[in-house]
Design a protein. Sequence first.
Length: 390
Amino acid sequence: MTSEVLEQRPFRRAVVSTSAIAENVRSLRARFAGQTVIAVVKANAYGHGAVASARAALAGGATWLGVADLNEAIELRSAGIDSSLLCWVHGPNTAFEYGIAKNIDIGVSSLAQLEAVAAAVARLRLGNEAGPVTAMIQIKCDSGLSRNGVPSDQITSVFSRARELERAGVLRVRGLFSHLSNASEADDREAIAAFAGIVKMATDAGLEPDLIHIAASAAALSYSAEDLVVLPVNAVRLGLVIYGLSPLEGVTSADLGLRPAMCLEGTVLNVKRVPAGAGVSYDYTYRTAGETTLALVGLGYADGIPRAASNSAQISVRGRTYRIAGRVAMDQFVLDVGDDTVDVGDTAVIFGDPNDGYPSVESFAEACGTINYEIVTRVGPRAYREYTTE
Ligand SMILES: *Cc1c(COP(=O)(O)O)cnc(C)c1O
């Protein structure tokens, strides 16, 4: 039985504003006018809920969606989302025919993946009397990140084999893409120049990609069209920013004209008065300085509150913030609220929109020694996703 059946309102809530996502995409579309916006909704839309977030991004004017793997892409298709869709992280035995049949672009990062796509097309054709099937692929090129993507010493063979398969009608190379390190402007420029060389090699090989993209949120905000003049880029892959969060250190959501879409809320489940010197939570890493009131909040590390938030992160209750007292446990943590009045049923906000007076994801992340990306992405499945259009 789900918690929404058990209770009027679940006591762990990730309240997600789909309007905020749509508005963020709308403003980013205006900012990147002339470029195709690929809204990245991988990892359950960075914890915000894949299907609802994808719909919101499309409502805001995104024309493409991006996810990591094929399962994520198929989840969107199964929900009836039929927009253009790209996925780029694959297992060694991924059966690409399920994606090809659903019109999902496959990001290809090796010769082996290219051959696997060709084999999947052959299997589809065997079982399909309706006519020939053509896979849409986008080749991911490693221009310096040394992560995913075709390495430079294999680029020529991948391009020439792709062109051969294209001529045979097996597939079409719809796009070329790469990814940046954000290590420094100089490093990014070097990678952009390397990718420009790779794009030239692709056209020399006879490929005619419609989409060329390298920038994710941080680079898209950092580099103007003039900066990228060596590249014929015409698309940006935007993840974090569509959820209203900033990828740039020292730059807030508000600075970027964005609105954080998620507010993570717990509920006060127990309140007790304790004497001075009371040990609080596992290992007694916190002891009360004087007689005080403790409030128990029903969210823990299983819900994405890192254990590193222990004795560190500030939580908002009734408009005041309190540092977490003692260790974060799997399902709960404690606040020392002093002599303030707090009642069972009160909402404890972990993070939300600072414009509403809540701690930002960024300040919460900093208290935990991590980044906003990791915090929202790890909000656990027990936190009920409640969607609002506020
Ligand atoms: C996750 C991801 C993105 C989106 O990154 P943001 O920084 O969230 O915009 C873009 N491209 C690739 C290849 C990714 O893996």
